[in-house]
Design a protein around this ligand. Structure first.
Ligand code: HEM
Length: 395
């Protein structure tokens, strides 16, 4: 049968997910050897049980087996996972994230100052995607003018991650390109980290370059992995969320109107966008022992794909799950995962999305996506997001 990687299915995976939840809650993919599950309860049971399901050992082929790269925190289990997470956890705590409000606000205003007078813009390219790259660049402490490099690196690495998972044309050029990006990132960050060792500043690079309060420090390779993870995890997904919000509010003008009248409901609307079009569609776990999952035996050592994007549309958990409703309550979506690997950046994402949407609604009388039917979604099965978003902004 066709699988969730099929390019036609990726264009709109939701009917496929609905069928899978109903009739094939467990699918074995012969070509890749992976297994997929789609129901909310099945996925939650895996994510919560870290002693039965590992992140360590879940490696997407090719680059992750590169001898130069150690695993990052996403592909580690406790206790090593907590050690790595501990290096950046405090930076994403509510009290720290709250202090970023002013900085995010001024970046959003600047991006909208450029976009709004133009009337018709590619919103993904001019606002949604630059915003999280500039924000994470400023948290890290990379020079302002370098954010486009971060974006290019994140784009290339994300594309390759998806292609490797789907085992699409393992092609040497793409592999070489990925290695080149890793080398460039390595050189770039090594120079900045060296600077920060001599002269620490008030930024995340300085924190990472120097020993933490417990006297522990990341080695050079762990540092590179940590920085790659931060850049990759924070950029495409957050830009995707803001783009998805603009798409849904354009498809549902009544709900756009409601939010203009009731800006206090914007946080709830953001949760609904996260549920309805989850920017991160999937994650993976490896069976530490034999399990029965969706009435199927999964042997120890097998990798299972958990389709978060499907879980968040499960009718058994979300009434009228296929409807976008920004007044939805009891929204227990798992767009940020659940359990020990719960997204470290969730608070930052919510802050960025809130400020972006609130400011866009305040500064325009309306916005609508042009040619909805022509929108191109990211080809990677990891994501549900557009990289181009033609929009008309009515100032
Ligand atoms: C809409 C935006 C985002 C979405 C949908 C998202 C989604 C996720 C998901 C689903 C996971 C868990 C994966 C798993 O359990 O295997 C995760 C982990 C993670 N996310 Fe996010 N993320 C977003 C933005 C961010 C941002 C802005 C950062 C900023 C640094 C970030 C950093 C991380 C990190 C470091 C992890 C790994 C946590 C761990 O392994 O303990 N993410 N994210």
């Amino acid at each position: 049968m066709v699988g969730p990687f099929d390019p036609e299915i990726r264009r709109n995976p939701y009917p496929f997910y609905a069928q899978a939840r109903r009739h094939h809650p467990f699918i074995y993919h012969e070509n890749t050897g992976y297994r997929s599950i789609f129901r909310y309860e099945d996925i939650i049971s895996v994510l919560k049980d870290w002693s039965g399901w590992a992140s360590d050992g879940v490696r997407v082929p090719e680059i992750s087996s590169h001898p130069d790269l150690p695993p990052n925190m996403l592909s580690q289990d406790p206790p090593e996972h907590q050690r790595l997470r501990g290096f950046i956890r405090d930076q994403f705590m509510p009290r720290v994230v709250r202090t970023l409000g002013g900085r995010v606000e001024s970046i959003v205003q600047r991006l909208l100052d450029d976009a709004i007078p133009k009337g018709r813009v590619d919103f993904a390219d001019t606002v949604a995607h630059p915003l999280p790259v500039i924000v994470i660049g400023s948290i890290l402490g990379v020079p302002d003018e370098d954010w486009t490099r971060l974006r290019t690196w994140a784009d290339i690495l994300s594309d390759r991650l998806g292609a490797r998972l789907a085992r699409d044309n393992p092609n040497n050029d793409a592999y070489e390109k990925e290695l080149r990006v890793l080398q460039e990132m390595n050189q770039y960050f090594t120079a900045l980290l060296d600077e920060r060792r001599g002269q620490p500043r008030n930024d995340l690079l300085s924190e990472l370059a120097n020993p933490n309060a417990a006297g522990d420090q990341l080695n050079e390779k762990e540092l590179l992995q940590m920085l790659m993870l931060i850049v990759m995890a924070s950029t495409e997904t957050t830009g995707g969320l803001i783009g998805n919000a603009v798409i849904e509010l354009s498809r549902h003008p009544d709900q756009q109107g409601f939010l203009r009248q009731h800006p206090e409901a914007i946080p709830q609307a953001i949760e609904e966008v996260l549920r309805y079009t989850s920017p991160a569609q999937l994650t993976l776990r490896l069976a530490r022992r034999d399990h029965v999952l969706a009435d199927t035996l999964v042997k120890e050592g097998k990798t299972v794909l958990l389709w978060l994007g499907s879980a968040n549309r499960d009718e058994n958990v979300f009434p009228n799950a296929e409807q976008f409703d920004c007044t939805r309550t009891d929204n227990r979506h798992i767009a940020f995962g659940i359990g020990p690997h719960y997204c470290l950046g969730a608070r930052l994402v919510r802050l960025e999305a809130l400020i972006a949407l609130r400011t866009l609604l305040r500064r325009t009388r309306g916005f609508c996506v042009l040619q909805h039917e022509r929108l191109e979604y990211h080809s990677s099965p990891f994501f549900r997001l557009v990289t181009h978003l033609p929009v008309e902004l009515d100032a």
